[in-house]
Write a protein that binds this ligand. Structure first.
Ligand code: ZN
Length: 196
């Protein structure tokens, strides 16, 4: 009984010196999927492997100074050149959208599920769209329904298949190709839930 008490007392005092919280840090250059995780804290020492070959690491949260771009997704992306931003975000149009105020998480998560970003035809025009964010809980669904948009059901031709999508969420690439001018592009970026 006595020795048991001694052991647990030892455990408690040893635990006080241990790192309790870890912060995920990028090892640049990093891909978009890693960038949006930068700065996330966890009680696990080992960072989870975002993808094979992922080189992100966890540092004790107390060592995160708060002004290190490696633990700040937006600061990291903002410091990159336009060409590098395009690469991290998956396309030139996505990079432009970011520079026009789009949310980086929305842009990167558009690709979250494999095959989520697709091309199809609507009224004979080729469009690029994503299924991501268009569920009832999604940001785009909310914006689009505010604008009364989800009532307009589109019929897409996707390869040889016809798909009825309740709310096709246009990707920035298509938005910039159909926008009349810069103001219209910004309106559409907001409508489709990219600028939040
Ligand atoms: Zn990565």
């Amino acid at each position: 009984m006595l020795s048991d008490t001694g052991r647990s007392a030892e455990k408690v005092s040893g635990g006080a010196h241990k790192v309790k919280l870890w912060t995920r840090m990028l090892n640049p250059p990093s891909c978009g999927r890693c960038v949006i995780l930068a700065g996330k804290t966890t009680s696990h020492r080992e960072p989870f492997l975002r993808h094979p070959g992922c080189d992100c690491r966890n540092v004790p949260s107390t060592e995160d100074t708060g002004d290190d771009v490696r633990t700040d997704p937006h600061a990291y992306l903002s410091e990159l050149s336009s060409a590098e931003q395009d690469k991290v975000l998956g396309s030139k149009a996505n990079g432009q959208a970011f520079r026009d105020g789009a949310d980086m998480n929305q842009l990167i998560n558009a690709y979250r599920k494999s095959g989520a970003v697709r091309s199809g035809q609507i009224n004979g025009q080729l469009v690029k769209y994503t299924r991501e964010g268009t569920t009832r809980r999604g940001r785009a669904y909310w914006e689009m329904s505010q604008a009364g948009y989800v009532k307009d059901q589109g019929v897409f031709r996707d390869g040889s298949k016809y798909l009825r999508l309740k709310s096709p969420r246009l990707m920035p690439e298509t938005i910039y190709s159909i926008a009349k001018d810069q103001a219209d592009a910004k309106r559409l970026l907001k409508l489709y839930g990219w600028v939040i």
